[in-house]
Design a protein around this ligand. Sequence first.
Ligand SMILES: *[C@@H]1O[C@H](CO)[C@@H](O)[C@H](O)[C@H]1NC(C)=O
Ligand SMILES: *[C@@H]1O[C@H](CO)[C@@H](O)[C@H](O)[C@H]1NC(C)=O
Ligand SMILES: *[C@@H]1O[C@H](CO)[C@@H](O)[C@H](O)[C@H]1NC(C)=O
Length: 381
Amino acid sequence: MSGRLNPLLFVSALLDIASAANIFVSHYTGTINVLTLTSTSSGGYTLTQNSSLNVGGQPSWMTFDSSSRTIYSSDETGWGSAAITAVTVATNGALKLIGKTNAPLGGVHNALYGDGYIAHAHYQMSQVSTFKLPLTSGQGPLETFTFTMSGKGTNPSRQDAPHPHQALVDPTGNFLLVPDLGADLIRIWSINKASGKLTACPSFTQVGGTGPRHGVFYGKDILYIGNELANTVNAFHVTYPASGCLSLSLTQSLTTLAGNKTAPSGTKVGEVYIKDKYLYATNRRDLSFSPNDSIASFSLDDAGAMTFQQITSSGGTYPRTFAINKAGDLAVIGDQTTANVVIVKRDPATGLLGTQVASMRIGTVGQPENDDGLSAVLWDE
Ligand SMILES: *[C@@H]1O[C@H](CO)[C@@H](O)[C@H](O)[C@H]1NC(C)=O
Ligand SMILES: *[C@@H]1O[C@H](CO)[C@@H](O)[C@H](O)[C@H]1NC(C)=O
Ligand SMILES: *[C@@H]1O[C@H](CO)[C@@H](O)[C@H](O)[C@H]1NC(C)=O
C-alpha cells in the first residue's frame, strides 16, 4: 500500500456510508422537504434533513417528473386562493420554485398527461381542472369540469357532494380516470394528447357507500381502486375498444384486513401501490398496532386476483402515503398525524414488509381527521 490516502475512501470510511437515497416529503404547513436516507456498511440506516422549501398553502400531493427533476405539488387550501406549484430538485438536493399558478380550491392530487399537461382533482370543489405546462402566474386552467349530485350519497356525512380524489392516467396515456369518493363513481375521459382537451366517457358506478379514493394499474388490463369508505380494494378488468372509451368490469373486492375482516370503525383506506406482483393498501386509523396503524399487502396472480398476505405496522398514525424504491428492498411510509417518515425493509422476492429501520418527524404533528401533518412521500428515483 502506498502512503497516499484516497480521499473518497477516507471520507466513506469515516462516515461508514454504504449508500444513500433521497426522499421527498410534503407537509400541510406549506413545505416540501428532501431527506437523505443513508445506509451504513454495518446494516443500519439514518434519515437526515437535506433541504426544505416553503411553497405556501397546504401541499397535499406531489408528482415527480424525473426527466426534468420537477415536483408538481397540489394545494388543498379550502378558502381564499389555492395554487399548483412546480419545484425543481437539483442533484445536490437544493429545491427551487419555478412555477406557480392559481388553481381551484381543495386540490388533492395531480397527474401529468399528454404532450405537457397536468390534471388536478379538487375534492372540496367537486371539480377536475387541467393546465398547460409550464405553470405561469395567472395562466388559468385549460379546462374545468364541475360535478353535481341530485342528493346525498349512501354515507351522507362524507358523500354530501361529488369529491374527486385522484387524477390517474392509464398506461396507454389515452385516458384519465378520477375516483370520485362522494359520488361513488370512477369518472373516465379520453385524452387528446396534443391539445390536452378531455372528452367525457361513461363513468363506472360503484355500490353506494364505497367511496373510491385512489387507483393503480397493474399492466394495462387490470386496475385496482382503494375505497376509503368501504375499506376495500376492488379489482377491475380494463377494456380498450378500438375507438372510443376505456371501460371497467369489477372482478374482485377484498377488505384490507386478514380474512375479509371488516376494518374497525374510523378506518379509511388511503393509498394503494403496486410493486411487481404485490399490492399494498394503507389502513389509516385502524389502530391494528395501536397507537400505530397498518399497511396491508396482497399477492397478485397473472390474472390480477388478489390474495391477502399480511398487515404490518405503519410506525405512526394515519399512513396517508406510501412508496417502494426501485430496488424493491425498502418502503417509505408517510404517517400524516404523527408527521413521521418511516422506512421499513421489504423482501423483493416475497413482497413482505419487514422491520422499521428508520423514522423521522417532519414539521408539526397533526390532529386526527384534520388537513395537517405530513401529506406525501416519494423516492427520488
Ligand atoms: C443532499 O442530497 C444530495 C444528493 O443525494 C447529496 O449529494 C448531498 O450530500 C445531500 N446533502 C445533505 C446535507 O444531506
Ligand atoms: C372475501 O370476500 C370475497 C368477496 O365476498 C370472497 O370471494 C372471499 O372468498 C372472501 N375471503 C375470505 C378469506 O373470507
Ligand atoms: C409506533 O411507531 C413508533 C414510531 O415509529 C414506534 O417507536 C413505536 O414502537 C410503535 N409502537 C408500536 C406499538 O408498534
